[in-house]
Write a protein that binds this ligand. Structure first.
Ligand SMILES: Cc1cc2nc3c(=O)[nH]c(=O)nc-3n(C[C@H](O)[C@H](O)[C@H](O)COP(=O)(O)OP(=O)(O)OC[C@H]3O[C@@H](n4cnc5c(N)ncnc54)[C@H](O)[C@@H]3O)c2cc1C
Length: 438
């Protein structure tokens, strides 16, 4: 069996590695248009934070590692066309015949219509290796940087640039940052703390109408103008819009339509990762979830289904964990602001506790649950201490439809140096007022 995979990032590599385990005899080839595989989308920031010595090291897998697993990797080669009726793909270098094809060519950030479209020195994103390489020196030399979008990537970028003593303008159409993941009042301690940075300027409820490039960039906002040495956008993530994707049935947002087994409208062609819509279990609807864990799992599930419909893809809860400005922020599932998307009445509880019996750092916790059944639907965490891993337990509890009573009985380890007497999930139904030790 000849398996071809388009895109050597999270979804494609995961699909390839899992297919190798499942089909030892198969010939597996990944085609990637970039010159390296597995570049981390936050690679630029990690490099600027000195977490990697070279930009090329900011990868999660290498071509050598894939070759060692008997997976062929063709780099700097771009898929141009797909003739699904003939089981044929055409790249800029050759034509190949496949038995099974996994499209994992991911997402891009469509350029905003703000006047920079024809500027060859400017690229909207810093997600892939080529783009990152291109803008690295500009970013290093910039004294002032404007970032459009205060989501996870925008906040991480702002935090990194502030650490590098740059002046940062963060422009966001909503009235607070990270709005997909947190309720506004929950972020109050964090927002109060970041106000102390005199070189960080938030522009909320604001959209960019135009950017003009002279010696610097002039960014025209609704009611004012700001000047910066560089402009980055972290918004407008869309599936890669290539000519060949139009051969498949698409949703109106240009994601490729797939069934529960990640099969497209064409026989033997699968689509995964940032190309597809996915179910969000608690919402009983599907949504675009451009996230790495989602991409990795979808690649593996597509591999499971190559020969027969074997495993349904469950989608995700939009779980995130990040660190910005010295704060750890994590969220999973539903937030209270989105109560309108949920079919039943919801309730919430907010409480704090200290990290452990020896570490008095506060963890701010908020849970959202269904009012009648008390089934957990969402959790938000905020702390100056690393509490990120707790969000994964909450995500699992939501996936398993656990109620607050069941969580009261869920088993967690205790060790005075590392834990409190009870975990936040145990405490929700035991009176969740602010109690530091217990
Ligand atoms: C700045 C930034 C930071 C992010 N940080 C996080 C994070 O910390 N956590 C998180 O969960 N998510 C994060 N994301 C989102 C995450 O990057 C995506 O969800 C994830 O990369 C999707 O993986 P994928 O494999 O589906 O596609 P992609 O990573 O988009 O990869 C697609 C691959 O296909 C290749 N390709 C495209 N077209 C072709 C073609 N025609 N021929 C050959 N190859 C092709 C591309 O070069 C690319 O390597 C971030 C996104 C951005 C923009």
């Amino acid at each position: 069996m000849k398996i071809y995979i388009i895109g050597a990032s999270f979804a494609g590599v995961s699909g390839g590695i899992h297919a190798r385990k499942l089909y030892p005899e198969a010939e597996i080839t990944i085609i990637e248009k970039n010159p390296i595989v597995g570049f981390l989308p936050g690679g630029l920031l990690l490099y600027l934070q000195n977490k990697f010595e070279n930009l090329n090291d900011a990868v999660f897998v290498t071509k050598k590692q894939l070759n060692e697993q008997n997976i062929n990797v063709k780099l700097a080669e771009t898929l141009l066309d797909c003739k699904a009726e003939k089981h044929e793909i055409i790249t800029d270098q050759a034509t190949y015949h496949y038995d099974k094809l996994i499209l994992a060519n991911g997402s891009e950030q469509k350029s905003l219509n703000i006047g920079l479209e024809n500027d060859e020195d400017w690229d909207p994103s810093f997600k892939n290796y080529d783009l990152t390489h291109k803008i690295l020196t500009q970013i290093q030399n910039a004294k002032t940087i404007a970032i459009i979008g205060a989501g996870q990537a925008g906040m991480e970028a702002a935090s990194t640039f502030i650490d590098l003593k740059k002046t940062v303008h963060l422009i966001e159409a909503m009235d607070y940052p990270l709005f997909k993941y947190f309720d506004p009042e929950f972020l109050t301690p964090f927002l109060n703390a970041v106000q102390k940075y005199s070189n960080l300027h938030f522009h909320f409820n604001t959209t960019v109408s135009e950017v003009v490039k002279n010696d610097q960039y002039e960014i025209l906002l609704d009611d004012k103008k700001i000047i910066s040495d560089h402009v980055l956008t972290t918004v407008n993530v869309h599936p890669q819009l290539a000519k060949f994707t139009k051969k498949f049935k698409l949703h109106s947002d240009n994601t490729i339509q797939v069934n529960e087994y990640l099969e497209t409208s064409a026989k033997d062609v699968f689509a995964v990762g940032d190309l597809v819509h996915s179910p969000i279990p608690i919402r009983k609807e599907s949504a675009y979830l451009p996230q790495i864990n989602h991409a990795v799992r979808s690649g593996a599930v597509a591999a499971e289904n190559l020969l027969q419909q074997h495993m349904k893809f469950k989608g995700g809860l939009r779980t995130i964990g990040t660190k910005a400005f010295g704060w750890y922020l994590a969220s999973t599932g539903l937030i209270e602001e989105e109560a309108f998307v949920y079919t039943h009445e919801i309730a919430s509880k907010t409480f704090t506790q200290q990290v452990s019996l020896v570490d008095k750092t506060i963890i701010y916790c908020k849970v959202v649950y269904e009012k009648n059944t008390e089934q957990l639907l969402g959790m938000q965490l905020l702390s100056k201490a690393d509490c990120l891993e707790k969000i994964n337990t909450a995500a699992l509890a939501i996936e398993k439809n656990m109620t607050l009573d069941e969580l009261l009985q869920s088993d967690h380890f205790f060790q005075a140096e590392f834990t409190n007497v009870m975990e936040p999930l145990n405490r929700i139904n035991m009176g969740s007022e602010n109690r530091h030790a217990f």
